[in-house]
Design a protein around this ligand. Structure first.
Ligand SMILES: [Zn+2]
Length: 344
């Protein structure tokens, strides 16, 4: 029993539509100088342009390249032969999140971003349905479709997403302030809020309720890319990196999480590269938009750094990997198998 008590906590994170190309090579030379997508190329270059891909990625996402690379594992750098792909053939958000969270692509039922309650059970729901973890799972998302993806109604996993406020009787001062700010700061988009809200709602909830499995879905990267604003897309990637750093530091200051938490970070889909303007987009018609990446670090995760072998991973393996780390039985039909290099 003592050993079971020490089962790691999990922080599962997605960064919507962040390309592996920027994660592994930093700012794209064809886009950072392109007046169609960047207003002030001089300013953007001083922030994110460096002469080598290694320096560019480090200046773009310093936490990934200084900390995660030193502690954990990064998969999906195709320029060195390592691949992560979606198994769904839709290559947009709901099918991607469904695949990550349930372990099975379901192109028959999940083929739009409509607000339809997911007929499939996510790993969040499966974990929340165990006696050990009941009420110990929570989800936070910037996109207002997450309550449906997680099927909040059926799963009973609390989801704070879109423009939802923090609710309850014992709200912290910060939660009250976030609720006020969320009203007062207009989001650029109608269905997606700025990630700082999602992040700080999650942080406050973690401090107060200590969920054992928390899912945080950041969204800015995808929306700025659809807007065709490459500067904002890069800044969002840089910002998300710092938010993840903050989450890691939080877990290391809180005895509940300290030295016993695993982070798994991934994305719901890729984006195009060729023709150049397909960087803004994704979906079945956009070449290579099914190419994704996975990063992980924390308790018990072997340091492999940037993995350069030719093993092929798939997004449908993530749900089973989460369950395996938490020692929850996972018997979903057709689900991808746990990633062995992560769970060993
Ligand atoms: Zn999108």
């Amino acid at each position: 029993m003592a050993q079971e008590k020490n089962t790691p906590k999990i922080v599962l994170i997605t960064i919507d539509g962040l390309r592996w190309q920027e994660l592994y090579s930093g700012a794209d030379p064809l886009l950072i100088t392109n007046k169609d997508y960047v207003k002030d190329t001089t300013k953007l270059k001083s922030d994110f342009w460096r002469s080598t891909p290694k320096d560019r990625r480090e200046v773009l996402m310093p936490f990934f390249w200084k900390t995660i690379a030193a502690k954990g594992q990064l998969y999906g750098n195709r320029s060195i032969g390592n691949k992560v792909d979606l198994t769904n053939e839709m290559w947009f958000s709901y099918p991607g999140y469904n695949e990550i969270l349930t372990g099975v692509a379901d192109d028959k039922n999940i083929n739009s971003n409509d607000k339809i309650n997911n007929p499939n059970k996510t790993v969040l729901e499966i974990v929340n349905n165990t006696s050990k973890y009941k009420g110990k799972v929570a989800a936070f998302g910037s996109w207002d479709v997450f309550p449906y993806i997680v099927n909040e109604e059926r799963s009973r996993v609390p989801v704070n997403a879109g423009f939802e406020e923090a609710k309850g009787d014992n709200l912290s001062q910060r939660e009250l302030f976030l609720n006020q700010l969320q009203e007062q700061i207009p989001s650029p988009w109608s269905s997606v809020r700025l990630d700082a809200f999602t992040h700080h709602y999650a942080v406050e909830y973690m401090k107060k309720n200590h969920p054992e499995l928390v899912y945080i879905a950041y969204g800015e990267t995808d929306d700025f890319a659809h807007d065709g604003d490459y500067a904002a897309y890069l800044k969002a990637a840089h910002n998300t990196d710092s938010l993840i750093k903050e989450l890691w530091e939080l877990t290391q200051q809180d005895t509940f999480y300290k030295d016993n938490t695993v982070f798994i970070i991934t994305t719901d889909h890729g984006r195009g590269t060729d023709p150049l303007d397909t960087w803004k987009s994704h979906g079945a018609k956009i070449k290579d938009a099914g190419q994704v990446w996975i990063a992980t670090f924390g308790k018990g995760i072997t340091t492999l750094g940037e993995v350069n072998d030719t093993t092929q991973l798939y997004s449908n393996q993530i749900a089973a990997t989460v369950a395996a780390i938490m020692k929850v039985k996972y018997t979903v039909k057709k689900a991808g198998k746990p990633i062995r290099s992560i769970i060993k």
